[in-house]
Design a protein. Structure first.
Length: 500
């Protein structure tokens, strides 16, 4: 009989809405103050062991007071973020975010839209943002696109459409539909997500031909032509060339016009990985160098990088909208469109990509572009580029600093070099220098290896950065480097203790 007695019904809304309102006001006040004064804090703080232990606690089974939950967030989570909201963050290419973008995520969270299906505002905004992305890059208006989590999935999506378009029946038969092994081509400096893309679409990493680069870290066009000819002679089936609009290591831009011509002459797909560099097209000085974007079959780029939008939102555009749709569209009963009601409206976004569950990521892009306008974004992107050229020139002025690659856009690679050490010793020295730079809160650049040389790598997609932040970073580099040399001479720092 107890089963027939109705139990009190429960939900997850607050028992007292005033509590959530009070907490909400407190969170907004705290986060505005935090962002307003972010430059006064260290760009990165190591997580103490005792805090790491709090991340190991078991699953909570009972309710907690919401104010206590927020208190724990402020104590154990907020102080130890990755640092990309700080003006001296120059590590991996990660955008800074904006206050409006954060508020947009709050609003999207309240709406909790699945922005994939239904006659709802989120789908219309999503489509409008795609159209704005096409306008930003002067891409054909009749093209199509989709918002995704980032450049990795955008590049995978681009290569799926390339494979399915160039190889008839590849959607059903996969790579087995091709008369030989499929091959794609990129430079040796291409991001490793393209290797993963090759694995995901079934051609395998070995069939992604990584072409050597020249002294400016751009793809060697003659070597590319030779590789394609050799592959065709051996019975392989070239289907895609991938050009870089800003390599991850140095910011190099491949000769995109030449790659486009080769792709057209070979009748294969031309895809551009413009994860951050495609948006340099907004800067007049780069419009010619990046003009081939307008003719590319597909282009991938991230709005959470050089558009400074909150994580996560990337984009891939396609010149041929029908080819894009054909690669993903399937007819299923439970997604049938209706004439009216919630099932009417825009076509389901799952016909253009893998996901049927999608957050309303378009809202933060929409609100950010409404707030600032494209012209201001272009000006801030140009500012980041100017800052990096300034940094490169400043490095040349210091006898103990060495520029390791030409500055072409918004990435600068350098090292501390007192002139008395070989490359192996310099590699170990600069690795230790970088770690101390992070630990001491000087700045947070990242690292890479260029021709076997360990480089301190500055990637600037930061709207909060000013030139004096770069000056402070160089001063800190020299100070720590000089101290390391004194430690080495006193045998407190030994090169045989570390490996790169």
């Amino acid at each position: 009989m107890d089963e027939l007695t109705p139990k009190p019904e429960i939900g997850l809304d607050p028992a007292d809405w005033n509590d959530i309102k009070t907490l909400g006001y407190q969170i907004i006040d705290d986060m505005v103050d935090y962002l307003q004064n972010i430059g006064d804090r260290k760009p990165w703080t190591a997580i103490p062991d005792h805090v790491k232990e709090t991340y190991k606690t078991t699953l909570p089974h009972q309710s907690s007071d919401i104010f206590e939950v927020y208190k724990e967030f402020k104590q154990n989570i907020l102080p130890y973020h990755g640092g990309n909201i700080h003006p001296k963050y120059f590590s991996w290419v990660q955008g800074t975010g904006t206050p409006m973008g954060a508020l947009a995520d709050l609003l999207a969270g309240v709406m909790n839209s699945n922005a994939a299906i239904g006659n709802q505002s989120a789908l219309y905004v999503d489509k409008q943002v795609i159209n704005w992305c096409k306008e930003l890059l002067n891409y054909p208006a009749e093209g199509s696109g989709i918002l995704l989590s980032g450049g990795s999935i955008a590049n995978i999506t681009g290569l799926i459409v390339a494979r399915n378009t160039i190889i008839a029946n590849a959607k059903n038969a996969g790579v087995y539909a091709a008369p030989g092994k499929l091959t794609a081509y990129c430079s040796a400096e291409t991001h490793n997500c393209l290797g993963k893309a090759a694995e995901v679409i079934g051609i395998g990493n070995e069939q992604l031909r990584k072409i050597p680069v020249n002294g400016n870290y751009e793809i060697d066009v003659d070597a590319l032509k030779t590789q394609i000819a050799n592959d065709k002679a051996a019975g392989y089936v070239p289907f895609c060339i991938i050009g870089n609009a800003g390599t991850v290591n140095t910011g190099a831009i491949d000769p995109l016009d030449e790659l486009l011509k080769i792709a057209r002459s070979e009748q294969i797909w031309f895809h551009i990985d413009g994860a951050f560099g495609a948006l340099a097209k907004l800067v007049p000085a780069y419009k010619t160098q990046l003009k081939a974007i307008e003719e590319a079959d597909s282009v991938a780029f991230d709005l959470h990088k050089w558009m400074y939008v909150q994580y996560e939102v990337g984009c891939v555009l396609f010149k041929n909208a029908a080819a894009h749709r054909a690669a993903f569209a399937t007819a299923v009963n439970y997604l049938t469109a209706h004439d009216r009601g919630l099932a009417a409206g825009p076509e389901t976004v799952s016909n253009y990509g893998m996901e049927l569950s999608r957050g309303f990521k378009a809202l933060k892009v929409w609100m950010s572009l409404k707030e600032h306008g494209a012209d201001k974004y272009a000006a801030v992107i140009a500012q980041n580029i100017d800052q990096c050229f300034y940094l490169g020139e400043e490095i040349k002025k210091h006898s103990s600093l060495e520029l390791l690659a030409p500055v072409t856009m918004n990435i600068v690679c350098y090292r501390y070099n007192p002139g008395t050490l070989d490359d192996d010793q310099l590699n170990i020295l600069n690795k230790e220098l970088l770690m101390r730079m992070h630990e001491q809160g000087v700045a947070t650049p990242s690292s890479t290896l260029l021709q076997g040389r360990y480089a301190i790598r500055v990637a600037n997609t930061n709207h909060r950065t000013r030139r004096f932040h770069l000056d402070e970073m160089l001063a800190g580099t020299i100070e720590i480097g000089d101290k390391l040399m004194k430690e080495f001479e006193a045998k407190l720092f030994k090169f045989d203790f570390l490996t790169v």
